[in-house]
Design a protein around this ligand. Structure first.
Ligand code: PBG
Length: 328
């Protein structure tokens, strides 16, 4: 054939393919979510096979191993004892609480590790919602916006006092980024960053995570604060607001089923974009691999590559440590 243009020439050898590869995953792309609890044991989490709930000692060791493999950051998710959960979520800003102790232990053991904390009330709230809850006369639930933000500010300040590098509001209340920024600045924490979950969808893909933390809403759902999965323009609206309110980085969640959102957001803001490959995404891969139906390692790396190619600068993934090992 007289065919002067043959795209396959660029795929002919591994060397050429590596020259023309547009998206390359590295361990430096990953943020490892870590679950922790008060106990001294490190049990597997029943709802999330392959994921562990760490003691403080186990947490420090696991974070150190991931960091040594090139993973720059971890994000902490505590399981709070039922006896400490209240309707005002007061435990979230206890300086002697689980999260501040974990931050101090991590920063002491691994000074170069970036420690990110989740700012939301669901682990601490007896109602299992990300915000404070008010019940109206008819028994309906209202998730209070402005009252919640005051508590979130206390929570973020508590994390900052303990040495968190980045606080990460995942609650989806309106106006929380501006409020957190001014609370942090007023307390002298102008170097603490805000990674905002700007476009967080009301997703069934979070199911296994809520099992891991026992943090499922006791009543109702999260649709009055998390976004409708059918909406894309609304994500841009949220991102632009968070940018104007002073977010340092923004986040899209879930990741895999929302690659179009990651791309649109990437094109709409100069801010770094994070994407969260959530528990349900992880478990769909893990369960299919455990059944022998797919090659788990190949599927995981391809999924992560797709998320990065869509425009994510960093990826929160339960595969962070394993993927870093695979990429070595
Ligand atoms: C809640 C929070 C959730 C996740 C991270 N932070 C669950 C929710 O919004 O109900 C989900 C993460 C995952 O599924 O892996 N603040």
């Amino acid at each position: 054939m007289n065919l002067p243009i043959r795209p396959r020439r660029n795929r002919r050898t591994p060397a050429i393919r590596s020259l023309v590869r547009e998206t390359v995953l590295t361990p430096a792309d990953f943020i490892l979510p870590l679950f922790l609890h008060e106990d001294e044991v490190d049990p597997p989490i029943a709802s999330m096979p392959g994921v562990t709930r760490w003691s403080l000692a186990g947490l420090v060791k696991e974070a150190g191993e991931a960091h040594a493999l090139g993973v720059p950051a971890v994000v902490l998710f505590p399981k709070i004892g039922e006896n400490l959960k209240t309707s005002d979520a007061a435990e979230c800003s206890n300086d002697a609480g689980l999260v501040p102790r974990a931050i101090r232990a991590l920063k002491a053991a691994h000074p170069t590790l970036c420690v990110i904390t989740d700012v939301a009330l669901d682990p601490y709230n007896s109602d299992g919602h990300d915000g404070l809850v008010r019940r109206d006369e008819k028994g309906g639930l209202e998730i209070l916006n402005d009252e919640t933000i005051e508590v979130l500010c206390e929570q973020a300040l508590c994390h900052a006092r303990a040495g968190a590098d980045i606080v990460s509001p995942s609650d989806m209340m309106d106006g929380r980024v501006a409020a957190l920024r001014s609370a942090l600045d007023a307390a002298g924490f102008d170097q603490v960053s805000i990674l905002s979950y700007s476009a967080k969808y009301a997703s069934a893909f979070y199911g296994p995570f809520r099992g891991a933390l026992d943090s499922a809403p006791k009543e109702g759902d999260k649709k009055t604060y998390q976004m409708d999965p059918g909406n894309a323009r609304e994500a841009i609206r949220e991102i632009l607001l968070d940018e104007a309110e002073g977010a340092d980085m923004i986040l899209v969640k879930p990741a895999g089923p929302y690659l179009d959102i990651i791309r649109r957001v990437r094109d709409a803001t100069p801010l770094p974009v994070a994407a969260y490959q959530v528990s349900g995404e992880y478990l769909m891969i893990e369960s299919a691999a455990a059944a022998g139906w797919v090659d788990g390692k190949a599927i995981a790396l391809e999924s992560l590559t797709g998320i990065k190619r869509a425009g994510a600068d960093m990826i929160l993934t339960y595969y962070a440590k394993r993927a870093a090992e695979w990429l070595k």
